[in-house]
Ligand binder design. Structure first.
Ligand SMILES: Nc1ncnc2c1ncn2[C@@H]1O[C@H](COP(=O)(O)OP(=O)(O)OP(=O)(O)O)[C@@H](O)[C@H]1O
Ligand SMILES: [Mg+2]
Length: 260
């Protein structure tokens, strides 16, 4: 089973949008995928299914590991695509109890999901690398770092990579899969230049070739609680996230991606 964390130092850079649309792209390609909202603010849950506000989810499990993982999984219309909300116990994260226990609980959670037959788990996280978020990221196979293609945002990326590299020294399995440029405005020089500046300071393989364009389609899709690819005019979104999926698969050598 592959576990991917979508993580960033800054907020509002497109983590949740990336998580939802990438999870959908993998599920469409035939991989049994679970999207987990590990952001205590609970945005995936709000976004994807309107009745999920009262459901238990990831943080309830962190607080009480005796809960059944299977009972927390919310099915969607697509057989290979399920999700888990952040749940009701988001205070757990703020209470300070999380730091001593969540590492083992995240590991146990992944182990159980593997037993349930999931092939891929995508973890949408809160901005920053603190508390449970740090444990989630360090327990994953790989981390993807969305970054808005705008000049000020780019500056935070090297710092984020430093923190992740430090994390890697104690969790050597974690792979930094790359920085994903989001909300790119190709027609705007500042946006293009921000992307070029990022590629200039990072090794080539650390920035995905795929970039996500700024498009109000993503806003409209999140208002309706669906992946952008499900929208009538979502063909472009499907194509761009599928291209990202292919890039990710090429970076991870795993039997999960050798479909039969
Ligand atoms: N490619 C895009 N084009 C246009 N709007 C976008 C795009 N990606 C994301 N957005 C919008 O930008 C806002 C922030 O995106 P999103 O919620 O995915 O970021 P986030 O990193 O998860 O934020 P947070 O740190 O608050 O969890 C949302 O309103 C979303 O609909
Ligand atoms: Mg988010």
């Amino acid at each position: 089973m592959i576990t991917l964390a979508i993580s960033s130092q800054k907020g509002g850079v497109g983590k949740t949008t990336t998580s939802i649309n990438l999870a959908y792209a993998f599920a469409r390609s035939g991989i049994k995928t679970l999207l987990v909202d590990a952001d205590p603010q609970g945005s995936v849950g709000l976004s994807l299914t309107r009745q999920t506000r009262s459901l238990k989810g990831f943080y309830d499990l962190m607080e009480d590991p005796k809960l059944s993982v299977e009972s927390l999984v919310v099915p969607t219309r697509s057989k290979l695509f399920s999700l888990m909300t952040a749940g009701q116990a988001c205070d757990y994260e703020l209470s300070g109890d999380s730091s001593s226990t969540s590492k083992e609980r995240v590991d146990a959670f992944f182990h159980e999901l593997e037993g349930l037959g999931y092939e891929l788990v995508i973890m949408d996280t809160a901005a920053g690398l603190f508390n449970t978020t740090a444990d989630v990221v360090s327990a994953c196979t790989g981390v993807i770092i969305p970054q808005q293609a705008e000049p000020l945002g780019i500056r935070s990326v090297p710092k984020m990579l430093q923190v992740l590299n430090k994390m890697r020294s104690s969790h050597s399995e974690l792979r930094i899969l790359g920085v994903l440029l989001t909300m790119e405005l190709k027609q705007l020089a500042e946006s293009r230049e921000a992307g070029q500046a990022l590629r200039a300071i990072l090794p080539e393989e650390l920035v995905f070739k795929t970039t996500i364009p700024r498009d109000d389609l993503f806003l409209r899709a999140s208002a309706r609680g669906i992946p952008a690819g499900v929208m009538e005019d979502g063909g472009g979104a499907l194509a761009v996230y599928d291209q990202l999926r292919v890039e990710i698969e090429a970076r991870i050598d795993s039997p999960v991606f050798h479909r039969t």
